[in-house]
Design a protein around this ligand. Structure first.
Ligand code: P6P
Length: 337
């Protein structure tokens, strides 16, 4: 038997055993998130059929309204986190503010609800009808407050404080990638067994690539320095592997996952319409930045390391340059020249 034949839960437990002080709560929490992703995967794969059968937006046989996929994913993740009992605050990209949760086992010696979770339940969901890969992104922090329900301060921590982060991509297959600070590991869902099986332990992103991902439709709105950088990727210079290939799906998790495995730089810069770009710091930039750094890559807003940014609000946006280390460094040189 290939020694790599390992389920996600087995991997999480083995990682937990490396930390003597671990209480097992993080393992439970990661397992709860993986369960929610499995159920979301089932619905995403049925979505097309639901539309054809005219189920979406109507009532199903139980008389329940068939929810839009992103609402379904948000509700499922929120309820899974509530039931799990390890969370003091839930922050969802779909919710205006955070959901504070009380300690389910009030009289217990140890605090049970010691984590905060941020998630984008279904990033890129507008692509689902075109059968383009979409994904769930999650990020886990330890609470700062001592007991009781979580506070806004608990929810607004720097990305460098993350305990774990990951994403699940719903595409030709369902793949979950996570880090708990000890490398980045990828798992493929075996739908018959209902198990995520390890396919790539310790993923490392190539230091330099020949691929860039950006929406060039925004070119006219970019700064002069940003235009110069993108133009520099299109020159015919074999010595630096240029011109680069352009790859842009329009679904962050799909673009990020391809670049993580093959190398590449993904950019969503600021422009004269969106001074902070489009992507969210807490729900997209921070978790993917934790992952990319653990995989040997780099992530910045063009100037500062994403994980060092002190958040001011839950939904704040941030320009994002993320991927192969040398490519992100080169982009920063142009932007700060
Ligand atoms: P644009 C999807 O709506 C999303 O949030 C990300 O998944 C994706 O990378 C980005 O927006 C695409 O934005 O402006 O290029 O369509």
């Amino acid at each position: 038997m290939d020694s790599k034949f390992k389920t996600l839960y087995r991997h999480i437990i083995e990682e937990e055993r490396k930390i003597p002080s671990a209480s097992g709560q993080l393992s439970d929490l990661l397992a709860d998130i993986a369960l929610a992703c499995k159920l979301i995967s089932l619905e995403v794969n049925r979505a097309g059929l639901a539309d054809i059968l005219g189920l979406a937006g109507k009532e199903n046989v139980q008389g329940e309204e068939v929810k839009k996929l992103d609402v379904y994913a948000n509700d499922l993740l929120t309820n899974t986190m509530k039931v799990g009992g390890h969370i003091c605050a839930i922050c969802s990209e779909e919710e205006e503010t955070f959901i504070p949760l009380d300690d389910k086992f009030k009289d217990s010696e140890t605090i049970s609800n010691k984590y905060i979770v941020h998630f984008d339940p279904l990033d890129g969901s507008s692509n689902i009808d075109a059968n383009i890969s979409i994904g769930t992104i999650f990020s886990i922090y330890k609470r700062i407050s001592k007991t009781g329900v979580g506070t806004l301060e608990d929810c607004l921590q720097k990305g460098s404080e993350q305990i774990a982060a990951g994403y699940c991509i719903y595409g030709s297959s369902t793949i979950l990638v996570y880090t708990a600070g000890n490398g980045v590991h990828g798992f493929t869902l075996d739908p018959t067994a209902g198990e995520f099986i390890l396919f790539h332990e310790n993923i490392k992103i190539p230091k330099k690539s020949k691929t860039y991902s950006v929406n060039e439709g925004n070119y006219c709105k970019w700064s002069g320095k940003m235009k110069k950088y993108i133009d520099s990727l299109k020159v015919d210079d074999k010595s630096t592997g240029k011109p680069y290939s352009s790859r842009y799906v329009g679904s962050l998790v799909a673009d990020f996952h391809r670049n993580l495995l093959y190398g590449g730089i993904f950019m969503y810069p600021s422009d004269n319409k969106n001074l902070n770009g489009k992507l969210r710091l807490m729900y997209e930039a921070n978790p993917l930045s934790f992952i990319v750094e653990q995989a040997g890559g780099r992530s910045s807003d063009g100037n500062s390391r994403i994980l060092d940014i002190k958040p001011e609000s839950l939904h704040q946006r941030v320009p994002l340059f993320i991927g192969s280390e040398k490519d992100v460094e080169e982009a920063e040189k142009f932007l700060n020249s």
